[in-house]
Ligand binder design. Sequence first.
Ligand code: KG4
Ligand code: ZN
Length: 353
Amino acid sequence: MKILAIETSCDDTGLAIVDIDSTSITILSNIVNTQTIHEGYGGVFPAMAKREHIANIPGVYEEVMKEAGSPLIDAIAVTVGPGLEPSLWVGITFAVELSKKLHVPLIPVNHMEGHLLSSLLPEYENNKKIMFREMPEKAISLLVSGGHTQLIDVDGLGKYKILGTTLDDAVGEAFDKVARMLDLPYPGGPAISKLAEMKRTSLESRSYQGEEEIEFPRPMLHSKDFNFSFSGLKTAILYYIRDNPIKNEEDKMAIAKEFEDAAIEVIIKKTVRAINESGSTHLLLGGGVAANKHLQNELSRVSLESGFEVYYPVKQITGDNALMIAIAGYFQTLRQEPTFDTTLFKANGSLKL
Ligand code: KG4
Ligand code: ZN
């Protein structure tokens, strides 16, 4: 089945065309046009994002069609939420028009299920038949992005139950806000991560004599539930910087490392507990923050200790993209009944068609 997928939930205009069945996928084209206009603002402005999507989407459509060799499309999958409403509507309107023009059905897709199922793709290469990883019978999914931090109990395809979520900022959002405090461009995740790695390397290379260590709080580390909170950590850093003004790159590196250590430690602890308590064998990782090296290293370590397998998403589809929407859309068509409840992932005002 050939699916054309559209993703415009935030600031990435993504379109993809795939040839897909229940065991394999061939990526015919997957293009993400990331809006750079937000870089100087430290966050995404919905009205600006909408305008950019409107300007970008026809060109990206032409590009994917050209790259895929203009195949006959069987269905159009489109992200309907959660996300920024003005952005979402650009993709939805485009998809509705296109489905009328091509006389093909429309599949409304939940953005978070896209991130969740992105971990079933083991490698990334265009025009190659790639076999999916097998969906485990019992798994936990950890979704970490700019808009969400969720632990989800996965009882097979389409059977999801949210165990915990963030009570305030999402982890990616915290990375972005701390980056702003350190005068780093948006999105801040990669930049923070790079500085933190530099600090770790420098700690390892020189015989470390114990200069004064910063220690930020680990919010909700010991709470009995699976919820998260990152705004306290962010505020602690704000006060730290107020009291200890940044003098040089070394100072930035130290803050970045300690922030990353704190945020990732909480995520790891809760994830391992969710795996153990649910008796899951696998962890399905997804979302923009899944690209974080420290998170990946820590997950490798604890998965060995606790004996579970991690499905890491390939780097090309950790951030927002339409390929994951094509995958989620296809698996949705296979379900006999609509077991997937889109209200489950309601956040930032999810949309229903
Ligand atoms: O999934 P995504 O592209 O968009 C949302 O659905 O939100 O995630 C974007 C988020 C941003 O907050 C960005 O800073 C973060 O993912 N991110 C990272 C890294 N790469 C992207 N955070 C930490 N480390 C990274 N390497
Ligand atoms: Zn996302």
